[in-house]
Ligand binder design. Structure first.
Ligand code: FAD
Length: 476
């Protein structure tokens, strides 16, 4: 029977392995570290549930909830708390509420634009200009900043859109590709003539005939996102997953690929590399230098999350809503803060409040790698300045993510097309994961599922999931 090697046990690698198992194909997952999940990591400390990397995913992108359902975990899905209290933006040192009805990075209601303190009168008029500025007929890629400045002006971009956008990629909007990161914004311009018109149309649709959605836009699981990883590992079969097994080389063989690990060589009929692009570039160097160099040009940014728990009584009145984002121009080390205990239930014991700060973004990555004794005082000083919090935290947990966030820079889609040309010459080899077709968890699941399906079709063109004799069942 054919065996597929999957390198990397993050959400992409495990989703790919699960897709193959459902097709009755044998898999072996090789993971460098001593834990599964990659960027997804749920920890328990002092009665707290702390997600070290991602803490939620978009419910509107089907692959996330579909996987959860496939794993029998739907009853574990939780929506955000109903009385979270909104999101804020730091503006000239003060927290201001996001304008009402923010959709597609702009307020859908012109009255909300007129009343926000985040923009000067000139900035408001320029933002409203989006309503009349003609759509671009150009199909070329452009940077996120060029697109947004063109549509809504410099002020609305810097004060409103950039801090919301940069939370996702921690990136430099002058470098990020609009077509690869936010294709929906360009499509909205095309379809509706501008973002405000598009936002208005969307709001109308949502308040009109759309059925009530069962979940809020962001969801998690009762036991944190690590529950998805555990569910996947159980479904695949833990005996098929080798941890502390870094792959250090791959080469083509007469049939398939040979993988080298510390334990020796293993041969596979097909391979899926579900590892960050720089690691993939290293492994590809021998079999296809051009593919390796294309993969190696995808840049990465370092970031870190800092979770601080407090006695709730000591921070009462200082918790503004669900959290806030911090524009670059504010000159802070923190880039965003979430009150985790106001976002999801079941994260803290009674009487505790849990906050999570983010540091590290394009052009300012150094704070993400600072040692604890330098980083903690900076964070506490900024929380004191912004929220007035002087209480000592009862627990502090820092998770550093060096070079963890891939950056889809202008031309990313062209790069992917060139990579596909090279991959076409390497049958049975696919690349999956956050580096390529979306960084969000549902995107990584979708990409991994698609790559694994390509491999399964190639190995057994006539077998569908339903026909596979060996389709595994989930016991949990
Ligand atoms: P990874 O998770 O990086 O997994 C790759 C795996 O490959 C790792 O386990 C690694 O050890 C292994 N590996 C590497 N090299 C080798 C080798 N040579 N041999 C064997 N194994 C190897 N997304 C959301 O949807 N919602 C969020 O709230 C969110 N927040 C985030 C917050 C942070 C701080 C970060 C860093 C990311 C966040 N993301 C979020 C993005 C999302 O978490 C990631 O894009 C996604 O988890 C990446 O999954 P992956 O499987 O592609 O890669």
């Amino acid at each position: 029977m054919a065996t597929v090697g999957v390198i990397g046990a993050g959400i992409a690698g495990l989703s790919a392995a699960w897709t193959l198992r459902k097709r009755g194909i044998d898999v072996r997952v090789l993971e460098a570290s001593d834990r599964l999940g990659g960027k997804i990591r749920t920890e328990h400390a002092d009665g707290l549930l702390i997600d070290a990397g991602p803490d939620s995913f978009l419910s509107s992108k089907p692959p996330g909830l579909a996987l959860v359902s496939d794993l029998g975990l739907t009853d574990q899905v939780i929506s955000t708390l109903p009385d979270g209290g909104g999101t804020f933006i730091l503006h000239n040192g003060k927290l201001e509420a996001l304008p009402e009805g923010m959709t597609l990075l702009v307020p859908a209601d012109p009255r909300a634009i007129m009343s926000t303190p985040l923009l000067s009168p000139i900035g408001k008029v320029r933002l409203l200009g989006d309503y009349v500025i003609p759509r671009s007929r150009n199909d070329e890629d452009e940077s996120v900043s060029s697109f947004m400045r063109r549509r809504v002006g410099r002020e609305a971009f810097e004060h409103l859109a950039e801090p919301l956008l940069s939370g996702i990629f921690a990136g430099d909007a002058d470098q990020l590709s609009i077509l690869a990161t936010y294709p929906r914004l360009r499509a909205t311009e095309r379809e509706h003539g501008g973002l405000i018109r598009g936002a208005m149309a969307m709001r109308k649709q949502m308040t009109g005939t759309a059925p009530t959605r069962p979940y809020t836009p962001f969801v998690s699981l009762q036991g944190g996102l690590g529950q998805i990883i555990d569910g996947l590992a159980d479904a695949i079969g833990r005996e098929r997953i080798a941890m502390q097994t870094p792959v250090c080389a791959i080469r083509t063989a007469h049939r398939g690929y040979v993988v080298t690990t510390d334990a020796g060589e293993e041969q596979f009929d097909a391979l899926i590399l579900a590892i960050p692009a720089p690691a993939a570039a290293t492994l590809l160097a021998e079999i296809d230098p051009e593919l390796s160099s294309l993969t190696g040009t995808i840049p990465y940014i370092s970031s870190a999350t800092i979770s601080l728990a407090f006695n709730a009584a000591e921070v009462a009145g200082q918790q503004r809503g669900r959290g806030f984002v911090i524009p670059r121009r504010e000159g802070r080390t923190l880039t965003a803060v979430t009150w985790t205990s106001n976002k999801f239930g079941g994260r803290v014991p009674e009487g505790q409040a849990l906050l999570r700060g983010f540091v590290g973004r394009a052009g300012d990555e150094a704070p993400a790698l600072l040692p604890d004794d330098e980083l903690i005082p900076i964070i506490r000083r900024e929380l004191a300045d912004i929220l007035g919090i002087t209480a000592s935290p009862t627990t502090v947990r820092i998770f550093r993510w060096p070079k963890a966030m891939p950056q889809y820079t202008v031309g990313h889609l062209d790069r992917l097309r060139s990579m596909e040309h090279r991959l076409a010459t390497l049958p049975g080899l696919r690349l999956a994961g956050a580096a390529y077709r979306g960084v969000g968890i549902p995107d990584c699941i979708a990409d991994a599922t698609a790559q694994a399906t390509t491999i399964a079709d190639w190995l057994a063109p006539n077998a569908t999931e339903a026909q596979s004799a060996e389709r595994p069942t989930i016991s949990a």
